[in-house]
Structures are given as structure tokens and as C-alpha cells.
Design a protein around this ligand. Structure first.
Ligand code: UDP
Ligand code: MG
Length: 319
């Protein structure tokens, strides 16, 4: 029997977690040829998510959980889940039922019958999302596809099923600053994209603010591309060449015709313009240096406080 692990990052999901498990169990029971296991990750929730998780794990034997010592972010939670997964197929999905478990049969088919290594999802309609946010994410996908080597289709989501081989490759990328959408694409393998209509989150609240989306976009670009660095270098060169021409013109004018104007405006413009460009370039540099700094610290991606992964071994020893 093939095994399938469901990796579910949970942050403040006390309201919806049980509902999620009940709904997902319905789909699981319609697939008797596969053995499913949940890997729930409590990402330092401020509510009672951990207690709900523990209760569910007592109720259902196929629920494993890891609880972090604080909020490390969804990326860290996904990584922890992937590390603990040893199944033939691994699914990454959200706990708010925005990622419908009803797609499992379709995903299994893509992996087993159509020979894909991964079956990923993208949204085809952005209902319930503000125009502004929609426009912003369109811009992000267009820009990051242009700038970096990894290609992500517009509206691609983390929700996907992957083969063991692909999961092992993902785990080899052990960087601290993780951008999973890019990592999934970077490791290669054949991905089938299926789209589905997104639904509004049913219970609980989304934790994404616009500022975190902006940070996400910057991460997405800088984690997989050095194009902004190259851009500043090209910009510097272009400005230098233009200045050179201007300097020659000014010198000739001064030598042959004498100083005619005081040049107050030109001087001011040049100083302000160059100041702006320099600041901007330092900012881009700083963005990358900051990343190097954080990466060289080599801190753990997450810290576990509670987990029931060792419970089976413990009871075996006790008996
Ligand atoms: N999540 C997490 N850590 C965080 C933020 C979110 O593990 O710091 C989880 C959350 O519980 C959910 C998933 O990531 O299962 C997606 O979060 P959310 O629904 O808030 O985001 P959206 O669907 O709006 O992208
Ligand atoms: Mg959601």
C-alpha cells in the first residue's frame, strides 16, 4: 500500500482545524488503497491550536504533530513537515480548507498514471481578493519570472503532491531564508499544473497583511536572482557614460567660450540625482548583505517544543 503524508502548517487555527480533519477524512476514506498520515505543524499559535491538535492526535492514530517554540513562519513549518515525512507521496496544504482535499484523486493520478513528479495547483479566479492585491501579485509573478531563473506560473500556490524523490531534493536545499514557491521550481522535475476556483477562508482569519505580501515579493526575487545587483551596476555605468559626455561638453564650452552661467541648477540636480542613485544602490546591496549575514549565522530553521513523533518508540520501550 502506498503511503501519503499530508503536511499542514497551522497558525491560530483552533477554530477550523477539527473541521479540516473531518472534511479531509471524508476524502481519505474514499481512497482505501492509500495509507494517509497527517503531519500537523503548530507554528507557535497564540490560541489553543496546540491543544486541539493534541486532542485530535489522541482521537485519530494517523495524526502526528510538531509544535514550535514560537512562530517561525509558514516556510519553516513546511520544512519541518517535509523533514518528518517519509511517505511515497507528500502533500503540502493549508489548514483552512482553501486547498480542497477533493483534488487528491486527481493528484494521485497525475503522479501514478501520467508520470509526473509533482502535481501543483494554481488559482484560476481571484474571487474575494481585492483588485489592488490582485494587481500586485500579477506584477510580482511577471517581475520575478523575468528576473530569476525559476519560473512560476501566475497564481501558483504551495498546495501540491510530490514524489519521495522530489521531497528529498527539496530537503537538500537547507537555506534558512526559504522561499518555497521558488524552491519547488528550482529543484526541477515535471510538474503538472491544475487550477481550481479559490474559496474564501471559512473559519479563522488570514494572517497575511499587505506588508507581509510586500516582504514576500522581495524575498521571492532576491532569493533566486541577483538581477537587482546587476541592474545597479548597469545603471551606474550608464550614468557614468552620460556624465562623461556632459563633462566633455562643459569643458569645451568653458575653454572656448568662457564661463557664461553660474550653473547653480545643474550642480544641485547632479548632487541630488547622484545622491538618490547612490542611496538606492546601497539599499539593494544591503538587502543582499543582510541575507548573507542571516544565512552565515546558520541558525536552525525551527525549534520544536512538543511533538508526538517519538511517542511510538516510547511506548514500545515501556512495554
Ligand atoms: N501559517 C503558518 N504560519 C504563519 C502564517 C500562516 O503556519 O506564520 C499557515 C496557516 O495556518 C494556514 C497557511 O499557513 O494553514 C496559510 O495561511 P493563511 O490562510 O493565513 O494565508 P492565505 O490563505 O491568505 O495565503
Ligand atoms: Mg488561507
Amino acid at each position: 500500500m502506498k503511503t501519503i503524508d499530508l503536511i499542514v502548517p497551522c497558525y491560530n487555527e483552533e477554530q477550523g482545524l477539527e473541521h479540516f480533519v473531518i472534511e479531509t477524512n471524508k476524502v481519505i476514506s474514499s481512497l482505501p488503497d492509500y495509507s494517509f498520515r497527517y503531519i500537523l505543524i503548530n507554528d507557535g499559535s497564540r490560541d489553543k491550536t496546540y491543544l486541539v491538535m493534541k486532542k485530535l492526535a489522541e482521537q485519530f492514530k494517523n495524526i502526528k504533530y510538531i509544535s514550535f517554540s514560537r512562530n517561525f513562519g509558514k516556510e519553516a513549518a513546511m520544512y519541518a513537515g517535509l523533514q518528518h515525512s517519509d511517505a511515497d507521496y507528500t502533500v503540502v496544504m493549508d489548514a483552512d480548507l482553501q486547498h480542497p482535499p477533493a483534488l487528491f484523486p486527481q493528484m494521485i493520478e497525475a503522479l501514478e498514471k501520467e508520470g509526473y513528479d509533482c502535481c501543483a495547483t494554481k488559482r484560476d479566479e481571484r474571487e474575494g481578493e481585492s483588485k489592488f492585491r490582485g494587481l500586485f501579485s500579477k506584477m510580482f509573478f511577471a517581475l520575478s519570472n523575468r528576473l530569476s531563473d525559476v519560473k512560476m506560473p501566475y497564481g501558483s500556490m504551495d498546495y501540491r503532491m510530490m514524489t519521495r524523490q522530489m521531497v528529498d531534493s527539496i530537503l537538500e536545499l537547507s537555506e534558512v531564508q526559504r522561499f518555497s514557491k521558488g524552491i519547488f521550481s528550482w529543484v526541477g522535475f515535471n510538474t503538472k499544473w491544475i487550477s481550481f476556483k479559490t474559496v474564501d477562508r471559512q473559519l479563522g482569519e488570514t494572517t497575511w497583511k499587505f506588508s507581509s505580501l510586500f516582504k514576500y515579493a522581495i524575498d521571492g526575487i532576491t532569493c533566486f536572482s541577483v538581477a537587482p545587483l546587476r541592474f545597479t551596476a548597469v545603471m551606474g555605468t550608464v550614468i557614468f557614460l552620460i556624465s562623461l559626455i556632459y563633462i566633455i561638453i562643459t569643458l569645451i564650452q568653458t575653454l572656448f567660450f568662457g564661463i557664461t552661467t553660474p550653473g547653480y541648477v545643474t550642480t544641485l540636480c547632479a548632487i541630488l540625482f547622484m545622491g538618490g542613485i547612490t542611496e538606492m544602490s546601497i539599499g539593494v546591496l544591503g538587502e543582499y548583505i543582510g541575507r548573507i549575514y542571516m544565512e552565515t549565522k546558520d541558525r536552525p530553521i525551527y525549534i520544536t517544543k512538543h511533538s508526538n513523533f517519538d511517542d511510538d518508540n516510547k511506548t514500545e520501550k515501556e512495554n
